[in-house]
Design a protein around this ligand. Sequence first.
Ligand SMILES: *Cc1c(COP(=O)(O)O)cnc(C)c1O
Length: 369
Amino acid sequence: MKVIRRSWCEIDLSKIIANYNCYKKQLLKDIEIIPVVKADAYGHGAVKVASCLQKENVKNFAVSNISEAIELRESHINGQILILGYTPIDQAEKLVKYNLTQTLLSEKYAQDLLDSKLKIRCQFAIDTGMNRIGIDVEDLGKCEYIIRKIANSTLILDGIFTHLCVADMPSENQFTKQQINMFKEIVNCIDDLKLPYIHCLNSAGGLWYKDEVSHFARLGIILYGLKPDYNNQLPKEINPVLEWKSVISMIKNVFPGESVGYGRTYVAKKEMRVATIPTGYADGYNRLLSNKGYVLIHGKKAPILGRICMDQFMVDVSSIPEAREYEEVVLIGKSGKKEFTADDMANMIGTIGYEIICGISKRVPRIYI
Ligand SMILES: *Cc1c(COP(=O)(O)O)cnc(C)c1O
């Protein structure tokens, strides 16, 4: 397919492998990685990412929902596919048909799946303090009772896991340790069940918490080369996998007193050279970047002027006289000596890199290089 050079992402799958290998080295020796490829692998293409990891002998993957799981199965991903979130009970037959592993969200949810009388592979979520999903670990006896009940039922219980909610914040170190300790307690209680999947680490947890309880790390954001939190420091060999590019569709001069874009929120004080970029919020280019963000052209910053439109926005190229129509513009990525990451963009508008990369819309083709 010939790529239409309007707005596109370039994805370097060799960096997925490099990030995976680098992260693996940081873990305790026997911890295996479960790549998290939910939300179309954080916008990178789940089938492409999972396929390249499968070639590296990765045998477990995690997704958010059953549609994502079926997409992987139908694309010949053979190992365990763990659905981390809610699957409507009426889809239970599909869990069996595609040999998927369903997270048990609560005691009620487990019972409802049990009532289907299907032999569904599953893992119990344990709530150690996030209050999102899972059975409450505080009442250890009850927690153990529920796990044993399911382990001895027609459901196939493969494991239990919990989720750390502040592992990326050094100041919350005590809370994370407490979460891991509570998880360890329940793991000890059910040790005799010999469940093969025991895990509590996300990207941040695997880097900064060394404890033998977790046999797996569920690796999401760092696989894609971004930081769980903007203040985190990642190993140097971890690099962003995705670059987002567009072009200059036209250049014009704007004179003092003239305004740029909807709402006339930018007014020129001097004569300026203004370039239009054919990417907008319908492509996932966040409108909060209006009058705030910048793009890179010829290794230089071109600040955004006025509001981001649905399909276009304008930047100041007054100080980039060499800029020409149809030339490439870097929205996220490297240009010359400069780099602007999804984390940088997110930090500018008060969100996280995760949201930026997941938000790049379907309309933006992904090119694999
Ligand atoms: C999304 C998710 C992960 C991955 O988190 P990262 O911070 O991207 O590593 C791990 N576990 C669960 C349960 C998740 O929902």
